[in-house]
Design a protein around this ligand. Structure first.
Ligand code: DGL
Length: 266
């Protein structure tokens, strides 16, 4: 089991930010990635639909003999994590929300935190509930930033004037302009983390999933004696339910020539 791959999934490109961090921290591990581009964006779908997509993807990853599954999508983490945990009890399942909540609530500097994410994630109030459970005096402001995923998926975030106009629209108004920390509650947003930090003139702390989640994964695999022992790994495998140029571009950016995209409908 310990030499089996780690399964990672998202609706599209965003989860590659997590996969990239996992590869850097755990270079011996093999990864099977699934990007459900056919159903992108998850962030505008019903919780029932997201649970169904996530279940089908998890079944596929388990057929690929994955020893653990990382839900590298905040939207699926928000509405499908408990469902997957109950359904697939024999495998370790990780979400991207709990490790961030832990990091924020452990930081004594953060008094007012902003959360941005998809409509489903924000409507679920999952960050708010979990943050306040750990630190009841925290002030939490959340905002659905619905246009950020489409511009990242289309590669339009490279047009800085467009991106900064959107950021200003979402973050330049009260109460979001009064925060001292910001959670990037969507795995697509680490792709524009530097721009978000610049937007706030590097004056606030920006929390995102990739490194924090990769560390939590490493610790749990270690605790469960599931870290890979073999040194030679096979190639990572990347499956998508549909091809898009943006996915290919981001996958190549993070994984270089290793990426061989395989189309897989579920
Ligand atoms: N990656 C998803 C998330 O983290 C956002 C993209 C989508 O809506 O499918 O919430």
């Amino acid at each position: 089991m310990k030499n089996n791959p780690i399964g990672i999934f998202d609706s599209g490109t965003g989860g590659l930010t997590v996969a990239n961090a996992v590869c850097k921290l755990l270079p011996k591990e093999n990864i099977v990635y699934f990007g459900d581009i056919e159903h992108l964006p998850f962030g505008d779908k019903s919780p029932e639909a997201i649970k169904e997509y996530s279940t089908n993807i998890s079944k596929f990853l388990l057929e690929k003999k994955c020893k653990s599954i990382v839900i590298a999508c905040n939207t699926a983490s928000a509405v499908a994590y408990e469902h997957l945990k109950n359904k697939f009890q024999d495998v370790l399942i990780f979400n991207v929300i709990d490790p961030i909540v832990r990091a924020v609530t452990q930081s004594s500097k953060i008094k007012t935190i902003g959360v941005i994410g998809t409509k489903v994630t924000v409507d679920s109030e999952i960050y708010q509930k979990k943050l306040l459970k750990h630190k009841s005096d925290l002030i939490v402001h959340s905002k659905a930033t619905r246009s950020l995923v489409p511009i990242i998926e289309e590669g339009l975030h490279h047009k800085k004037h467009l991106l900064f106009a959107l950021l200003d629209n979402y973050l330049g108004v009260k109460p979001m302009n009064e925060i001292d920390g910001l959670i990037l509650g969507c795995t697509h947003y680490p792709i524009i983390k530097t721009e978000i930090e610049h937007y706030f003139e590097n004056k606030i702390e920006v929390f995102d999933a990739p490194t924090i989640v990769a560390k939590q994964l490493r610790n749990s695999l270690q605790e469960n004696n599931l870290l890979r022992e073999q040194n030679e790994r096979q190639d990572h495998q990347f499956f998508v339910s549909d091809f898009t140029p943006a996915f290919e571009e981001t996958a190549n950016l993070f994984f270089g020539t290793e990426v061989n995209l395989i189309k897989q409908s579920l």
